[in-house]
Design a protein. Structure first.
Length: 150
């Protein structure tokens, strides 16, 4: 098996982000954390993930500052995993993934989970906008790359 290349030093913010959360297990753990799960057993049951893989992903998410491991306080060594401020910044990413799935991966009347505002029950929607508030699409955006060294 080929070793995974680290993207920590890459000039691209997307590449660096994927270095931390670029596998599906990590994103599903974050999804479940947004849904209120905090305990190892809850994540394991929800995802059906092997314990060694879950242990590794939780460790990486904690080391990256996305989750914090907090002792439960029941006298045991058990931990709860809670989203940090950094982890909560992944909310738009999770909404964007949902919107993509809703638009392209479900039949029009197919049943699916919904993301709604707690207070009103209104569906959550993500729009991409410029700094001055105008809606923008992929045809109006460009990535300004870091110049290659000579």
């Amino acid at each position: 098996m080929v070793a995974r290349k680290s993207l920590k030093g890459d000039y691209c913010p997307s590449a660096r982000s994927l270095d931390v959360i670029g596998d599906w297990w990590s994103l599903l753990i974050v999804r479940d954390a947004f849904d209120g799960m905090t305990r190892f057993g809850e994540f394991q049951k929800s995802l059906g993930i092997a314990k060694n893989i879950l242990t590794d992903r939780l460790k990486t998410l904690v080391q990256s500052g996305i989750l914090e491991a907090v002792p439960i306080g029941d006298g045991n060594a058990r931990l709860e995993y809670r989203l940090t401020t950094v982890g909560k910044d992944l909310f738009p990413v999770m909404v964007a993934l949902r919107q993509f799935g809703e638009r392209h991966l479900f039949a029009p009347e197919e049943e699916r989970s919904r993301l709604v505002e707690r207070e009103t029950g209104l569906s959550v929607r993500l729009d991409v906008r410029t700094e001055d508030g105008r809606a923008i699409g992929p045809d109006q955006a460009v990535i300004l790359k870091v110049p290659e060294p000579d």
